[in-house]
Design a protein around this ligand. Sequence first.
Ligand SMILES: [Zn+2]
Ligand SMILES: [Zn+2]
Length: 393
Amino acid sequence: MNEKIDLTAESFEEDRYARLRLIPWWDQDRLKQASVMVVGAGALGNELIKNLALLGVGKIYIFDMDRIENTNLTRAVLFRREDVGCFKAEIAAERACRMNPDIFAKGFVANIIDDVGLGVFRRMDVVLGGLDNREARLAINQACYKVNKPWVDGAIEVLNGFARVFVPGRGACYECTMTETDWALINKRKSCAMLTHAQMNEGKIPTTPTSSSVIAGVQVQEMLKLLHQDRGLPTLAGKGFVFNGLTHDSYVVEYQEKPDCMSHDTYGEIQEMPWEADKTTLGSMLQTIRSDLGETAVLEFDREIALTARCGCGSSKPLFCPVHKLRGEMLLCDSCGGTMQFSTAHTLNGSESFLDQTPAALGIPPLHIVCGRAGTTMKYYELTGDYVRVFGE
Ligand SMILES: [Zn+2]
Ligand SMILES: [Zn+2]
């Protein structure tokens, strides 16, 4: 005879983690308190999110800008046939919550390179990458270093894959591992301003649900160790786990830290401001920065902004968009059809004609962090007024 189980009883919910608690260094409460970001909700991302939900990671933030396609269904444990056409990030978050009602998961339909403010990264304990391109990895790496957060990268191809851990101040970062070929491929993509998002998705890598579960498993285990750093567990910081699924050879590589690497900057103290990306004007931000740092202070962004396009025929138009977001059609002259040249800036000194604009108008994302600089003195300011808009109450 079956005994009736009370699914709502506190003892039943407590019991869920009993086997995990048997691990000597395990602290379930720490997992419950953790905020973890998952970038990419494809083959790897699905496995990452599944593991986080099973383990009871309290807050999972999922970033992906794509919709579910039929072909995802062979590699994505969280997606069903009826989800085709829906956003990956949103469905993945919903399914994670259903797997484990103890947790909170939220999906963001966003491009990690442009749309996610540094203040989002700043509020994470660990960032997990489930990506298939170098540009996005580089963007995550730079963001994580600026706000001093560890991140765990994963990559898969057919039966093979690797997992790598990057911790500011502890060995090589992702950029340190990049080869000349990696840079050539990134620059090729950057120079192809005509590429659409769909075209950039071409040249897709063959992947399997089996290699993604191996690599995502290693990634989440590394995350667990990072969350229990004080327990003296060895991590892959500055190293990579390489898995060959054909031969089952696997090994760990240690990457060389490059002393001249551009990604190792970490911001100092960050001041939380009531500023909002789409409400506060650039002029008023500069005014606050000057009252802090003196009249010569400038407002700096961490990205180059395209300002005005000018054509040889004499016509011009405003662009207001980060340079790498420019597309070929934006530089076509409306008057003569020629290709226009454009001016850029990442520093505002108060002489600009567009100080009544907002950071959002320049392509700065909500909850971002900007810099005020006077000579060599730098101070960092977060657009904290966007917090509720990004994270909810
Ligand atoms: Zn580096
Ligand atoms: Zn023209």
